[in-house]
Design a protein around this ligand. Structure first.
Ligand SMILES: Cc1cc2nc3c(=O)[nH]c(=O)nc-3n(C[C@H](O)[C@H](O)[C@H](O)COP(=O)(O)OP(=O)(O)OC[C@H]3O[C@@H](n4cnc5c(N)ncnc54)[C@H](O)[C@@H]3O)c2cc1C
Length: 387
């Protein structure tokens, strides 16, 4: 016997829980199930983004930085946010807040310890086979990560790092090191990300933009060397944080039904040129929930404008062609935009003015060549979710 729901959300991570939270906030009355393998939610990542002082998740922000820095061997740029700041939400706080609001709604059920295996459609319903039984639903929102064979991207943002505590004060708590000590190397741009919480505590990650998908643990030794260079006193590792994020995701096979909506990172939500996705997921969750309460299922559509996706793909193609120049290009972008413009450029949909400034700051020949390559392949290759 299967259990029947109106909506089944596969995956209770950032996208799945964000949607459930928005549905709960709007007092959605139909039956929703979230199928999530994790039995316990732990602090497994931190989400950072640029935002104004007040926004819908302000109460969850654990730290804000008004200054952020970029540096390479011989150049340094520091931005100051006037209207916006770089903000951090700990995943444990976010999960907890979502679970609390979901638990107030009897019609929204989080089922933990369950793996969704296969999804099939018959008549007007979708069946989900899990390791603990069969479920049916009218609509599926599928946020499960992509399978390895289905996961392709132009570049990968691979990082390994940790939250550390030092015995002596080592960090400047008001400035985030976004891209520190950038080095253009044949196997991709390398930099260090330093998010100081206090003078003694920071999240430090060694990051590479790699043309091949690497296991993040392959960067552990480089992280240790970077940490030794930054901190000259005894240090304790509190929590590791590693990841491998697609940049310029290659499009997936077509969605086979309007009843199965791909969502989250697996559906291409991350901004191709930066890997940021948290705010996009929140915007998607709000828009989808407001459609669902009106009884109109959300459509799977590409994230960001066509211009943005083309320009991002062009930037990535140029980086692939000229890996030795990437550090100078990022310094050039940081120089041509002010703090607020940069924040918007990295996370949200950038304005035309910011695009023009960025285009002017970058070398024309490489970019025209990359643009030609990208536009001739765009529809075939680069990410476009099915309509
Ligand atoms: C370490 C790390 C740090 C990041 N930092 C930032 C940041 O600072 N800013 C930013 O904007 N973005 C960041 N990102 C990128 C992005 O915002 C996150 O990856 C975000 O969590 C993506 O949300 P999601 O729901 O698509 O995926 P996830 O949050 O990974 O959720 C997917 C869910 O699917 C579940 N699942 C897996 N298999 C199954 C199955 N068979 N059946 C059912 N469920 C399944 C998983 O358990 C998980 O809960 C970061 C990513 C990582 C990995």
């Amino acid at each position: 016997m299967s259990q029947t729901f109106d909506i089944a959300i596969l995956g209770g991570g950032c996208a799945g829980l964000s949607l459930a939270r928005e549905l709960a906030n709007l007092s959605y009355s139909k039956r929703v199930i979230i199928i999530e393998p994790r039995t316990v939610y732990e602090h497994d990542r931190t989400w950072c983004f640029w935002a104004d002082a007040q926004h819908g998740l302000s109460e969850l922000v654990s730290k804000k930085w008004s200054h952020w820095r970029f540096s390479s061997q011989n150049q340094k740029v520091v931005h100051t946010g006037v209207g916006s700041s770089y903000q951090q939400i700990r995943s444990s706080d976010f999960y907890q807040a979502c679970l609390e609001i979901i638990s107030t709604r009897q019609n929204i059920e989080l089922r933990q310890g369950l793996y969704a295996k296969t999804v099939s459609i018959s008549d007007n319903q979708v069946s989900i086979e899990t390791d603990k039984g069969l479920f049916t639903a009218d609509l599926i929102i599928d946020t499960r990560p992509r399978q390895a064979h289905d996961d392709a991207a132009m570049l990968w943002q691979v990082f390994s790092g940790a939250e550390v505590e030092t015995e002596a004060p080592c960090f400047e708590p008001f400035t985030a090191g976004l891209m520190e000590n950038m080095k253009s190397e044949p196997r991709g741009l390398k930099f260090t990300y330093v998010l100081p919480a206090t003078t003694n505590q920071a999240l430090i990650q060694t990051t590479r933009f790699s043309p091949t998908k690497l296991s993040p643990t392959q960067l552990d030794d480089e992280f240790q060397a970077d940490l030794d260079g930054l901190v000259q006193c005894p240090v304790t590792v509190k929590r590791w944080e590693r990841g491998c994020l697609p940049m310029g995701q290659i499009k997936r096979r077509a969605t086979f039904s309007s009843k199965v909506i791909p969502a989250g990172q697996a559906a291409g939500v991350l901004r191709p040129s930066s890997g940021y996705g948290f705010l996009r997921i929140q915007a998607w969750a709000r828009a989808s929930a407001s459609e669902l309460v009106k009884d109109s299922p959300p459509l799977a559509k590409p994230f960001g404008s066509r211009l943005e996706r083309t320009m991002d793909a062009t930037f990535l193609a140029a980086m692939l062609q000229s890996p030795h120049s990437a550090a100078d290009w990022f310094i050039g972008i940081a120089k041509c935009l002010n703090g607020d413009e940069f924040g918007q450029f990295m996370s949200d949909s950038p304005t035309l003015k910011s695009w023009l400034k960025v285009v002017c700051a970058l070398p024309k020949t490489e970019f025209v060549h990359a643009l030609f390559k990208v536009t001739s392949q765009f529809d075939k290759k680069y990410y476009q979710a099915t309509k």
